[in-house]
Design a protein around this ligand. Structure first.
Ligand SMILES: Nc1ncnc2c1ncn2[C@@H]1O[C@H](COP(=O)(O)OP(=O)(O)OP(=O)(O)O)[C@@H](O)[C@H]1O
Length: 417
């Protein structure tokens, strides 16, 4: 497996296995979730999520043992159970660019009336805000890093645009609106893979001020346009100084990007919908994105193929480790020179303890792997096994050695019960 793929997977599994800190003073259990850990420290200048403060925790669900992201909204009193209807609708959406919504519940577990929405947990993810828009420290070094960090190459930008448009389309197609096309709520969960998080929560929070869905969908497109401006200019509020933003965009991106972003923030109209936005992106860009995805699938498949045998070989080595050199077998006749298990000892020497004509050890990993692969598949190929004193030799097939090892391991497992 290549180093970058291994590193990414390792980082994700490391962050999944953190230990909960008792000092957070969090509920031990919450509707079947336990081991709550906040995903970020609470900053002194907390921003509100609409009118409420919210925090995201990683928690484990007791019924399946899987980690979930819980968004806790403080001081929220649910007035109508029907508000959870949107959560049900969102939980039916499975889309590669939407963080899956699982369930919502109210709780007194934080010593107030609060709302909790559970989402799939994507370890080691960062928001677009954290990646591209968080203001850098005002130092010389910071300014240089800021400049380098925030420029998104145009091909990457179009990939982001396509992924977000696709997520919005999935919501609009089933009569929902995203309502949170915001860089602080869009996660990068893998290399250039975006997922809109926090879906459904606004529908619950704003249930009492229900708005026409067509209007909300138009607002999604405007938010999308603001997001494109922000990403192009590296500034959350770029759209508020439009001439400057357009000038900056023109210097760094093609006229297509500018036209696309402008059309999104322009006045709503009957023709302005997500299907039209997809058309604006254009078939050739969508096809290029599809090509990229297939190339990356091919790459991952070949990485996977190179690892295919590893699990089998490890299991085989474990079996070997269990049965070889057990002190209780030392006096067993079956493991002695005349016993039927003796070939396992000789085979172990054949695989691992080869010496050259001068008696020096031969440390040849490819020989070991070739032998273990043949043993695993139990081939008919025959090998000559020689005793250490070179006084006796046996010619056996891998198939015979395999059945002997399997039988020895099976006896050992029975004895362990
Ligand atoms: N489903 C998830 N899986 C993994 N991490 C998540 C998930 N949802 C959110 N996070 C992480 O939790 C952290 C906090 O999210 P939050 O939305 O509160 O971000 P924020 O930028 O602090 O926004 P706000 O100002 O609204 O609190 C972010 O770093 C984000 O990466």
């Amino acid at each position: 497996m290549s180093d970058n793929v291994r590193e990414e997977l390792q980082k994700r599994s490391e962050t999944t296995h953190f230990t909960p800190f008792a000092s957070y003073n969090l509920p031990d259990e919450l509707q079947g979730y336990h081991s709550l850990v906040p995903l970020e420290p609470t900053p002194p200048d907390r921003r509100k999520f609409f009118n409420w403060f919210s925090t995201v925790y990683r928690a484990t669900n007791a019924s399946d043992g899987v980690g979930y992201a819980l968004r806790h909204v403080e001081n929220f009193r649910l007035m109508h159970q029907a508000a959870f209807g949107a959560i049900e609708a969102w939980s039916r959406i499975r889309h590669p660019n939407i963080v899956r919504v699982r369930e919502a519940f109210t709780t007194l577990g934080f010593n107030d009336n609060s709302l909790v929405v559970s989402y799939d947990y994507h370890p080691n993810s960062q928001t677009l805000f954290e990646l591209y828009l968080r203001p850098k420290q005002n130092t010389f070094q910071g300014r240089i890093e800021g400049l380098i960090n925030t420029v998104i190459p145009e091909t990457t930008l179009w990939s982001y645009i396509i992924q977000i448009a696709s997520a919005i389309r999935a919501a609009h197609d089933v009569g929902l609106a995203v309502r949170m096309v915001d860089p602080t709520k869009i996660l990068m969960t893998g290399k250039n893979r975006l997922r809109i998080s926090s879906c459904g929560i606004v529908d619950v929070l704003m249930y009492d001020t229900r708005q026409d869905i067509a209007t909300l969908q138009q607002e999604d497109l405007v938010m999308f346009g603001r997001l494109v401006f922000a990403l192009c200019c590296g500034n959350l509020a770029a759209v508020n100084t439009l001439p400057k933003a357009l000038d900056m965009m023109g210097r760094m991106y093609s006229a297509d990007v500018k036209a696309f972003a402008l059309s999104l923030i322009s006045k709503p109209g009957p023709l302005k919908n997500i299907a039209q936005v997809m058309e604006m992106i254009g078939k050739s860009r969508l096809l290029r994105e599809m090509d990229e995805i297939q190339i990356s699938t091919d790459r991952l498949e070949s990485e996977l193929a190179s690892e295919l045998e590893n699990g089998r070989i490890v299991r085989l080595l474990c079996k070997f480790g269990f049965i070889n050199e057990r002190p209780e077998f030392a006096r067993e006749p079956r493991w002695s020179e005349t016993g039927d298990r003796y070939i396992i000892k000789l085979f172990r020497d054949y695989v691992f303890h080869q010496v050259d004509e001068n008696g020096n050890p031969v440390v040849d990993l490819s020989h070991v792997l070739a032998c273990l692969n043949k043993l695993d598949s139990g081939t008919d190929e025959r090998i000559m096994l020689v005793s250490r004193d070179e006084q006796s030799c046996l010619v056996v097939s891998y198939k015979e050695v395999k059945s002997c090892i399997d039988a020895a391991f099976s006896d050992l497992s029975k004895a362990s019960r």
